[in-house]
Design a binder for this molecule. Structure first.
Ligand code: NAD
Length: 489
């Protein structure tokens, strides 16, 4: 990708400049432009979707045999691995994450393509128990044009999570990455083409959500939207989907509880809690942003957490020792600062952080912040901050803990730290969340379905069956009776 020139989009089988407004994509670590590009226009959306539909109907991808599609997806995984360092550095510039994190996301994207290649060529259609004179079967068909809409916080991994199963299923895909982080989606589409995905199967249309994203979602030819982002946008998309009778998956926000019991291995718990909230600068849907600590160890645990937070290395994302990079934009940091001020107004006490680090320059850095003294029903404990801000609360009993942990509109993830495996099982089953980590946090495997309950989303991504939401299921009956149906005799 040549960042010296305006970056082309992939529209209707052509790499060309978007027809929308020119804008700069900034490096969050210094606020300077990394790339310049034109956003997609509404005409680009129309052209891309119509073209994607024609390519779908041509059968050039949709009618390829599963093992042939799988071979291409294996090659995509290889191409990603071959360009891993380039992709990791590009993502660092696009998003400002530390390089160690972007390398891990690139590796995960390769793993996702490999996994869905295997899922594609091993997916079985079934012969169902017949209840009459016929052979009955259940088979799967690709849907047509599907849309993938992704946020800015984990580019390439989010895109791979949608692109790989959508391609495996034989669809055409219109991908709308966040306008803030457009580069990785474009680069991934280029690698897919190099690996053998036919031109025109994928379109990449960065642009504003409320205009370009909305036009994609509403387009009559789009038969499914796989969305990752905030709950407000997700709810809007669900309403449009209801009108169109369109399938959606929604991976949305969170306010995940982490629970530390008095018998926990505190070294593990402290590290896990810090990692759970402050890695990715807290810009993570599954950030463990509400911490409940059993009263008898609360003071000790908080002292260790505050000391640990103060030792975290914030700074240059290119430095392999950096643990926390900047936040994504100046506007987002201002929003995080508003949340911290609000927590303090509501009676919270700052345990550590609450400010920009010294020497942050023009980068959008913010210190890891711990606030205590709030109740679970106050705003900082209810709303998603999406930044490095931890609200810490003591708890007295297991039942009170579970009630508080579940008292949230969100239900995406939860963490439990205890040595008592029976309690871990009890609490793990009682807590309402799409993912529960026990004595660990923020570990991911493409083989394990992921998604949220309630306002955290609808549907699941990943897992061996993660290809199925991108396919329509069809029952087929083959008559075996020698005599006609006894109707017109
Ligand atoms: P966002 O909702 O503002 O935007 C996400 C994407 O949707 C972007 O591409 C945006 O342009 C687009 N969009 C926005 N409004 C739209 C609309 N009306 N119609 C169609 N598209 C629209 O979210 P964000 O600020 O980019 O990302 C942060 C949010 O994403 C947080 O709430 C976070 O929890 C959530 N998230 C969830 C997961 C998950 O897997 N559950 C993962 C990562 C991020």
């Amino acid at each position: 990708m040549n960042l010296e020139q305006p970056v082309p989009l992939l529209v209707a089988g052509e790499w060309r400049l978007g027809q929308g407004e020119r804008y700069d994509s900034l490096y969050p670590a210094d606020g300077k432009p990394v790339a310049s590009l034109n956003a997609a226009s509404l005409d680009d959306v129309q052209a891309a979707i119509e073209h994607a539909q024609r390519v779908f109907e041509s059968g050039v991808w949709s009618r390829r045999k599963p093992h042939e599609r799988a071979l291409v997806l294996y090659r995509v995984a290889e191409r990603i691995r071959a360009c891993a360092e380039h992709l990791a550095q590009l993502q660092r510039l696009d998003n400002g994450k530390p390089i160690t994190e972007t390398r891990a996301l690139v590796a995960s994207a390769a793993g996702t393509f490999q996994f869905f290649a295997a899922a594609c060529e091993t997916l079985e259609e079934t012969i169902t128990p017949s209840r009459g004179d016929y052979l009955s079967m259940s088979v799967y068909e690709p849907m047509g044009v599907v849309a993938a809409i992704t946020p800015w916080n984990s580019p390439i991994a989010s895109e791979a999570q949608k692109l790989a199963p959508a391609l495996a299923a034989g669809n055409s895909i219109v991908l709308k990455p966040s306008e803030i982080t457009p580069l990785l989606a474009l680069e991934l589409a280029r690698l897919c083409e190099e690996a053998g995905v036919p031109r025109g199967v994928i379109a990449v249309l960065p642009g504003e959500g409320r205009t370009i994203g909305d036009a994609i979602v509403r387009h009559p030819l789009v038969r499914r939207v796989a969305f990752t982002g905030g709950t407000v946008a997700g709810r809007h998309i669900a309403r449009v989907a209801a009108d169109k009778m369109m399938s959606v998956s929604l991976e949305l926000g969170g306010k995940s509880p982490t629970m530390v019991f008095a018998d926990a291995d505190l070294d593990h718990a402290v590290n896990g809690v810090l990692y759970g909230i402050f890695s990715s600068s807290g810009e993570s849907c599954i950030a463990g942003s509400r911490l409940f600590v059993e009263r008898s160890i609360y003071d000790d645990c908080l002292a260790r957490l505050a000391a640990g937070a103060e030792r975290l290395r914030i700074g240059d994302p290119a430095d392999e020792n950096t643990q926390m990079g900047p936040l994504i934009t100046a506007a987002h940091r201002a929003n995080v600062e508003r949340y911290v001020a609000m927590g303090l107004e509501d009676g919270g006490r700052l345990r550590t952080g609450g400010a920009r680090p010294d020497g942050a320059g023009d980068g959008f850095f913010y210190r890891p912040t711990i606030i205590e003294g709030l109740a679970n029903d106050q705003r900082l404990c209810r709303e998603e901050v999406f930044g490095p801000v931890l609200a810490a609360l003591p708890f007295e009993t297991e039942s009170d803990l579970i009630a508080q942990a579940n008292d949230s509109i969100y239900a995406l993830a939860a963490g439990i730290w205890t040595r008592d495996f029976k309690r871990a099982w009890r609490v793990g089953r009682a807590v309402q969340a799409g993912t529960v980590w026990i004595n660990t946090y923020k570990q991911f495997s493409v083989s394990t379905p992921f998604g949220g309950w309630r306002d955290s989303g609808l549907g699941r991504e990943k897992g061996r069956l993660g290809i199925l939401p991108y396919m329509e299921q069809k029952g087929m009956y083959w008559g075996t009776n020698e005599a006609p149906i006894p109707w017109a005799d």
